[in-house]
Design a protein around this ligand. Sequence first.
Ligand SMILES: [Zn+2]
Length: 231
Amino acid sequence: MISNDLMVLQDFEISIDHSRKTLVEIKNQLEGNNPAKIALADFVKTEEHVKKLSLEQKELNDVLLQVLERISNTEKSLYSGKSSSSKELSGLQKDLGSLNARKSKLEEDLILIMEKYDHAKVKFDNAAEVLKAEEKSWNEKAKVLMQKGKELYSQMKILETDLKKARQKLPKEPLDLYDKLKVSKGFAVAKLEKELCSGCGVGLPFNEAQKARDSKDIFNCKNCARILVAN
Ligand SMILES: [Zn+2]
């Protein structure tokens, strides 16, 4: 019966539509944010922090070395006995005092930055481990998703061919009606279930329902105009 053939068309279209939606979901999952991407962003952030602290530590250490050298030179001048002017000696002592104060401050800063570095390094090592685990699990998941997408795509192509063939077998008039109803109603064929149209839910009088069941031609729901197929 032609209504049943149209129902088959509709089922093909529903399956194709479903496959297409699932393929979009798969694509979004593959391209969108995933735990591995989040872990990578965290890894890069912690890595940059460690590098920054390491550089700061090195710079501070260089300054400290310069200060230590200046202290050593000042001490040499002070205790060499070459200088006898008291003004010069007190000047050197003053310099030494401020250099030692600078040294203490630098040492304190260096300890602080080393503590920060150690803390950041723990975070970085942890982020590296998380990244490794997340990448492994994501790669496996992505592989499964890609395989699923590939299979679904092949199935969809087969369904599309089947749909085309099924349409070619049908006369023009019912096909046009089907297409028109599909555009206006979303779906063209509805089931007649216990005197009720599955499309709009409205009940048919008993004799109408009987007519729909017996009809060899297309029988439309009086309420929504959809093509009715009796079980
Ligand atoms: Zn209806």
